[in-house]
Each structure stands twice: as C-alpha cells, then as structure tokens.
Design a protein around this ligand. Structure first.
Ligand code: ATP
Ligand code: MG
Length: 176
C-alpha cells in the first residue's frame, strides 16, 4: 500500500532519539515533502532505523547524520518506473574496501566494529537488504575510511503493474 515517506522519517527520528542524543549526534532530514513509496510501512521504518542506528553507532560523538529523500523519474521510454531514494549519510569511521562487499551478509562485522565494546550481531544490514529486495528495490553503499558512509535505499515510486499501465509523462510522487 502507499506509504508516506515523511511519516517514515518522523518515525525513524523518534525511534533513534535515544542513541543519537546520547552521542550528541544531530539527525537531520532533507528533501521534498509528499513523497510516496509502496510497501509495508513497518518494514520500511525498520530498514531506515537500522541504517540510522548504524550511522550513529559507527560515528564519533557530535557529528551529523542526514536522511535525504529524493525522487528519480523513470527513463523517457517509461520502461522503468521512478524510484524514491532514502539516503542515510554519516561522518563516521567508514568501511574498508575489502569489507564493503561483505557487510550485507548475515553476521558479518568489520574488525573495527567487532572490537567495539558495545557489539551488535551483524544482522542489521542483512535485514535492510532483505526488505529492500522484497519491495523491488535495492540498497547501496558508498564509503571512505575516516570520512564517512552513505547508504542509499532505492524503492519503486509506484507499484509494478501501475508503472506499466501509466504513460511516462504522468507525475509521480507529488503532493496529494
Ligand atoms: P546489528 O545491526 O545486528 O546490531 P551490526 O551493526 O554489526 O550489528 P550490520 O548493521 O549488519 O551489523 O552492519 C554490519 C557491519 O557493517 C558493521 O559491523 C560495521 O562493520 C559495518 N557498518 C555498517 N554500517 C556502517 C556505517 N554507517 N559506518 C561504518 N561501518 C558500518
Ligand atoms: Mg547494525
């Protein structure tokens, strides 16, 4: 069903308040209002919460985390539906190139994460990937060690059937 992206962001900010304020990390949200994705609201919130929790966990105190939402229209042939992107960026420890391909595997944790006193289980990103795939989308990462990481969740802006039925010029994801 249609899910309001603003609602996802508000819920994510609420559910990550405790860890973010504990580390004096400001979680900022950027992007247009009124975007809509299709899927399960609880799952989508869980996915973004996982990304923001990671951003907070793998960043030093007093840094900034951003949640940037945007829409990319489909190609001009209308062959591909538009996508909604939800990007979570941090100013954290970053990820070594040799770890990048493995972090979405269950239980995989990079050395520096493993050696942290407050450990996780290594399931968060596997769950995010699972949810993204279930929604016909994907999750990608770009990262530089010592600079930070950006995880981008890419979700279809409309259901697959509707995307095929609609002409390419139709406006998608605008304000209702
Ligand atoms: P869990 O989420 O289950 O509590 P986890 O955070 O270790 O544990 P994932 O969320 O799956 O597990 O992340 C896997 C690994 O990817 C982390 O252990 C860490 O090495 C790396 N990682 C994930 N997000 C970031 C990030 N924003 N910055 C740096 N490293 C990250
Ligand atoms: Mg995690």
């Amino acid at each position: 069903e249609p899910v309001d992206v603003d609602k996802i962001v508000v819920e994510v900010l609420d559910r990550t308040k405790t860890p973010s304020s504990a580390k004096h990390i400001d979680v900022a949200s950027l992007g247009p209002h009124g975007l809509v994705v299709y899927g399960n609201e609880n799952q989508l919130v869980t996915a973004v919460v996982n990304l923001v929790e990671n951003a907070i966990a793998y960043s030093p105190e007093s840094t900034t985390v951003s949640i940037t939402t945007s829409i990319s229209a489909g190609d001009e042939t209308g062959h591909e539906a538009g996508y909604i992107e939800i990007a979570v960026a941090d100013q954290g420890i970053g990820i070594e190139p040799r770890d990048i391909d493995r972090i979405f595997e269950r239980f995989y944790r990079a050395d520096r994460a493993r050696s942290r006193a407050t450990g996780g289980t290594g399931l968060g990103l596997a769950i995010v990937k699972h949810i993204a795939t279930n929604h016909g989308g994907r999750v990608d990462v770009a990262s530089t060690v010592g600079v930070g990481s950006t995880f981008t969740l890419r979700l279809p802006a409309r259901p697959a059937e509707a995307a095929m039925a609609l002409p390419p010029s139709v406006e998608i994801g605008g304000t209702p």
